[in-house]
Design a protein around this ligand. Structure first.
Ligand SMILES: [Zn+2]
Length: 392
């Protein structure tokens, strides 16, 4: 006779527990009867698991709901401040650190310049000290912190905390394993665009969209692919490196070694270079360019139009490769994307035999510049809220 091993029992118990938590995470308040019905598990099993979660201080009883006959059902409520997570984004712009609760409300938010360009150890010291400072200031016990998630602009192996390549911060073959001892809670790591895609699919505008591509436009261009609710990373964890697909044969030299990569023409820096090519007075930020653009200044209008042309080529290729429901524009450019979205749509959806505007929607990130760092803060939550890993 087939016997259920202790391990299997534990797994079933664990998966019921996670399924209940995941449901409460999404709905915030439910009765035990509702939980039982949605998950198709018995009331005694729900009660058993809820009691364990109450004991852990993650959920609590919150009065009773109206009865449809018989005893009034007890409402179970999710406690947002029961646990916390830190999210950190490491880019050429520096280090940004946030503290979030279980509802991903940003409770603390601070930014630091990188100590020296390549000094990651000094940066991690800042991270450690700031985390300690925040916990002390907020009187938060370390036991209540699920972990710290790092979003890194590069190719990362999240399991071994290893950065294979992050050219914009001069990192190559660098292990973060040694920093695990620095904290009383686990460290998680993810590529910046994948972290942002995770945040968009759990918290953002793509909450209910199952297939999408997140395009992060900052100094470089990174993309995260979400397929059937999962962030897809690929065999070598570099799926979605659309920033390095060739859009111009023998084009500009990219620091990846190839020429004519999309990010050389579609990044924030590319737009600044285009604008400075057309105008006498030099600008250094995209906010200046879009201010000029709104004023109708010829050099900015020309630059933005050229920029959109290249942005559109990459988006067309992505649509042909993946046929996603949605493409989400994120990163620093997303703040201004509503100024050029109509024009971008016109350039992407030129008449062709394959796709039209009705097939794929291009939308602007709701989380904007918070997407990556919020995604980083979601990494420690995955293990308690989701029955399986959301990044594959
Ligand atoms: Zn490249």
């Amino acid at each position: 006779m087939l016997k259920i091993s202790d391990l299997d029992l534990l797994a079933i118990k664990n998966s019921n527990n996670k399924a209940i938590l995941q449901l409460l995470y999404k709905n915030k308040k439910l009765t035990k009867q509702e939980i039982s019905k949605v998950l198709n598990i018995s009331i005694p099993t729900v009660t058993h698991n809820i009691n364990a979660l109450i004991e852990e201080g993650i959920v609590r009883e919150a009065g009773v709901a109206d009865s449809t006959g018989g005893r009034k059902p007890v409402v179970i409520e999710f406690i947002p401040d029961a646990r916390y997570a830190f999210g950190a984004e490491l880019s050429n712009k520096g280090l940004r650190l946030i503290l979030t609760n279980l509802c991903s409300d940003i409770i603390e938010d601070c930014s630091f310049d990188l100590p020296e360009k390549n000094n990651i150890s000094a940066m991690m010291t800042i991270l450690k000290e700031e985390i300690e400072h925040i916990l002390h200031k907020r009187h938060i016990d370390e036991n209540k912190v699920l972990g710290v998630g790092l979003a890194i602009h590069g190719v990362v192996d999240e399991e071994s905390l290893f950065v294979k390549l992050a050219p914009n911060i001069n990192l190559k073959d660098y292990s973060f394993k040694m920093y695990e001892d620095w904290f009383d809670f686990p460290i998680y790591m993810e590529n910046e665009s994948n972290a942002a895609a995770l945040a968009e699919s759990i918290l953002g505008v793509a909450k209910s969209f199952r297939n999408m591509v997140y395009v992060s436009i900052q100094r470089g261009v990174g993309c995260g692919i979400v397929i059937q609710d999962y962030v897809y990373k690929g065999k070598n964890r570099r799926a979605g490196e659309f920033g390095h697909m060739t859009v111009v044969v023998d084009g500009m030299q990219c620091n990846c070694g190839k020429k004519g990569c999309w990010e050389m023409y579609a990044s924030e820096k590319a737009l600044i270079d285009m604008r400075n090519k057309f105008g006498d007075r030099e600008v250094t930020s995209i906010s200046d360019i879009f201010a000029e653009y709104q004023d109708g200044k010829a050099e900015a209008v020309k630059a933005v139009q050229e920029y959109i042309k290249y942005l559109a080529i990459g988006l067309q290729n992505i649509i042909l490769i993946l046929d996603p429901h949605y493409i989400i524009l994120g990163g620093s450019i997303s703040k201004y994307a509503d100024l050029f979205l109509d024009e971008l749509n016109r350039k992407v959806f030129i008449p062709n035999s394959f796709y039209s505007e009705n097939d794929t929607k291009i939308i602007i990130s709701k989380l904007k510049e918070n997407a990556s760092v919020l995604g980083a803060s979601l990494l420690p939550l995955q293990h308690i809220f989701f029955t399986d890993n959301k990044i594959i």
